[in-house]
Design a binder for this molecule. Structure first.
Ligand code: C2E
Ligand code: MG
Ligand code: MG
Ligand code: MG
Length: 290
């Protein structure tokens, strides 16, 4: 906002809308050849078994380091990539990298980690997603059962039949499906019935509310866990940040946990180092009694 605009609210408003639009167009434009420019990378965040602390797997999370703007959050650029269609090559790049990484850890004898990859609803609208994903898994030579596709719960109900059909073809090949951000959308129960996920990830909004004085949120979390279990679906809690939350979730019978308390998303090199020092266990903080 330039100095000459200072006196006028209207101009101030216009210019801020203008700059938002400009920023968006820039991102849109820069996303076009982001793969060729080598600006994308993946970080990995641990997912552990709640009872034992054993590592269950990792989630791959996309990072974009823009040459001028620095790191841009996936929450900011994924929606734009979905709109422009750039999500297709980006999504394929993510899957290929994640599969290759899975194989690398497995072959080096470090750990045969379950690899979770986020897939946006927009990617499931693509006719060729099944063939393209299967080809990537085949050429990476990984066990498809070690791959989990995380599908976020928030998408239009009209898209469900096609998405279900494509996901079921992927599942027939052994690939597993998780429902991400469970409880944040409106189609929860319909999803459970149709998508036959093997994992349900409780949205971190619910976990953040777990405090001694919030019995209702605690009840919600318990209800989601028992819903999952009665359908024979494992339940993972996202966004676990405090020892109190961890303890609550263990007591509530939650199967797996993920969050800053267990580990932040980190680059390959750091995770490899961590796997070399304490191979398969997350050590809960001393403060936890169990
Ligand atoms: P998500 O799949 O639900 O991923 C979890 C997000 O929560 C990640 O944010 C992660 O860094 C963050 N997180 C993990 N633990 C904690 C915690 O304890 N506290 C808090 N406050 N946050 C935590 P991130 O990496 O910024 O990703 C945001 C979203 O962008 C993801 O949500 C996912 O929907 C999307 N995304 C990320 N990578 C990809 C990708 O490769 N493809 C697609 N289609 N979407 C992606
Ligand atoms: Mg996810
Ligand atoms: Mg998500
Ligand atoms: Mg999530």
């Amino acid at each position: 906002r330039s100095k000459k605009n200072n006196g006028s609210k209207a101009v101030f408003f216009d210019s801020s809308i203008g700059s938002e639009l400009e920023r968006r167009l820039e991102i849109e434009n820069d996303l076009n050849n982001v793969i060729e420019r080598n600006e994308l990378s993946l970080h990995y965040q641990l997912q552990v078994h709640a009872r034992t602390g054993r590592i269950a797997g990792v989630e791959a999370l996309l990072r974009w380091k823009h040459p001028v703007k620095g790191y841009i959050s996936p929450a900011d650029f994924i929606p734009i990539a979905e709109e422009t269609g750039a999500i297709k090559p980006i999504g394929e790049w993510v899957l290929r990298q994640a599969c290759m990484q899975q194989r690398k850890w497995a072959r080096s004898g470090l750990a045969n980690l379950r690899m979770s990859v986020n897939v946006s609803p927009r990617q499931l609208q693509d006719d060729h997603i099944v063939e393209s994903f299967l080809e990537i898994v085949r050429s990476a030579e990984i066990d498809p059962r070690m791959l989990v596709l995380e599908i976020t719960e928030t998408f239009a109900v009209n898209d469900i039949p096609v998405a279900v059909e494509r996901l079921s073809r992927l599942r027939q090949a052994g690939i597993r499906v998780a429902i991400d951000d469970f409880g944040s959308g409106y189609a929860s129960l319909k999803y459970l019935k149709n998508f036959k996920p093997s994992l349900l990830k409780i949205d971190r909004g619910f976990i953040a509310c777990i405090r001694q004085d919030d019995e209702e949120s605690a009840d919600m979390v318990r209800a989601i866990i028992s819903l999952g279990h009665s359908l024979k679906i494992e339940v993972l809690a996202e966004g676990v940040e405090t020892p109190e939350q961890l303890e609550f979730l263990r007591e509530a019978g939650c199967d797996e946990m993920q969050g800053y308390l267990i580990g932040r998303p980190i680059p390959e090199s750091e995770l490899t180092e961590r796997l070399q020092t304490s191979p398969l266990y997350f050590m809960p903080p001393d403060s936890i009694s169990s």
